[in-house]
Design a protein around this ligand. Structure first.
Ligand code: AMP
Length: 359
């Protein structure tokens, strides 16, 4: 089977690494000449709105997916005329826009921070009256890794905030004094079969994910699955969906969903029976899903800006390095390592050994 992927970054690369043993071939469409997945398949080096190349992609592959949610909705609509695209266009439309996303959570009775639509500075000021401070102003679309958002703590932070984010449609969210952040990686097949990986505890720094630790029998697992199931069924979703939550007062508040494989699921390559990448491909290809059961105790440490020497990572027992083959640049995700151990105590010491190489 031939799979088309919009985007050829590290997620596309790890999808191709997972799909090759399934006998799948890959065609990537990405405007970057140095896209890091290109080595693993054919690379159509073209813009996401290049109709001629999109048509060529659609005619060449059996199914199309995407590795990031900022794909223009028109791109997916155009491709869907010729070839199945998973997750479907409606899932993308909702997941790429924080207003649609949070409105859907509300409609499905999934707890989420207080929020308001903000289309001007005047609307921001009314929203602050309603929601109070502190609050977080976020662009509705195109935000990632903490970009396109600003925490408003004092009344003076409000004055130029709308302009600071570029005078684009935004939402204002109540600031959640969370005790932790967790994510749930879910997968739903074409036949509706749905599976979930164990909840993952996530730690961010400067808005970028640094550490993900897969949990053991998390008390909020069933609650998270229940919320995710409402979304998956509502969207008639096919593929992997990541659901990010804040933990607060012993419960969950939904932050956002990502209609794709997710950084907080990278540990599943070594830490689960079937990885999020293989399961995404199984789902979109109409194959039976693989087991999401955990194998041992796992954590993932992101490498931001540069990857430590592979020789040093390889010298750490239970450590599995992943170098994405991208140019090193401050703030850029360029690799990760998964540590997988037999027990939680050794996991903590292995995490510390890897982190010592990143300081
Ligand atoms: P996001 O892009 O929405 O995932 O936000 C990036 C990070 O900012 C989150 O992982 C949180 O650490 C923080 N954050 C986002 N929204 C809120 C909020 N409403 N309250 C508190 N922290 C937030």
């Amino acid at each position: 089977m031939k799979i088309g992927i919009i985007g050829a970054g590290q997620l596309g690369r790890m999808l191709a690494l997972a799909g090759t043993p399934l006998g799948q071939d890959f065609v990537f469409l990405d405007p970057a000449t140095d896209a890091c997945a290109a080595a693993l398949g054919e690379h159509l080096c073209a813009g996401y709105d290049d109709r001629e190349q999109l048509r060529r992609l659609a005619e060449d592959v059996d199914v199309v997916t995407y590795e990031f949610e900022n794909v223009p909705a028109e791109t997916v609509d155009f491709l869907a005329q010729y070839v199945p695209v998973y997750p479907n266009a409606e899932s993308l439309r909702i997941a790429r826009d924080r207003w649609f996303e949070k409105s859907m959570f509300q409609e499905l009775d999934i707890p989420t921070p207080a929020f308001a639509d903000v289309l001007s500075q005047a609307e921001l000021e009314s929203a602050v009256q309603l929601i109070g401070l502190p609050a977080v102003l976020k662009t509705r679309t195109m935000g990632y890794d903490g970009k396109g958002q600003k925490v408003l703590r004092q009344p003076q932070d409000v004055a130029d905030a709308f302009a600071e984010l570029g005078c684009v449609p935004c939402i204002l969210e109540g600031f959640v004094p969370f005790t932790g952040e967790v994510s749930l990686i879910a997968v739903r097949g074409r036949d509706g079969d749905t599976r979930f990986y164990p909840l993952v505890h996530n730690t961010h720094k400067d808005g970028i994910l640094r550490l993900s630790v897969a949990s053991n029998a998390h008390p909020l697992q069933a609650q998270a699955e229940n919320y995710a199931l409402r979304v998956l069924d509502k969207l008639n979703y096919v593929g992997v969906l990541a659901f990010e939550f804040f933990e607060i007062d012993g419960g969950l508040k939904a932050n956002e969903i990502a209609p794709r494989v997710h950084n907080s699921g990278h540990w599943t390559i070594e830490g689960a029976e079937c990885s999020q990448f293989e399961n995404h491909l199984r789902a979109i290809a109409g194959l039976p899903l693989g087991s999401t059961a955990k194998v041992g105790q796992s954590a993932m440490i992101n490498f931001i800006g540069e990857v430590p020497a592979i020789s040093k990572l390889a010298a750490i027992a239970d450590c599995h390095p992943h170098h994405y083959g991208k140019a090193f640049k401050p703030g850029r995700k360029v690799g990760h390592a998964t540590v997988r151990c037999a027990d939680s105590a050794s996991l903590q010491s292995r995490i510390a050994e890897v982190q010592a190489l990143t300081d």
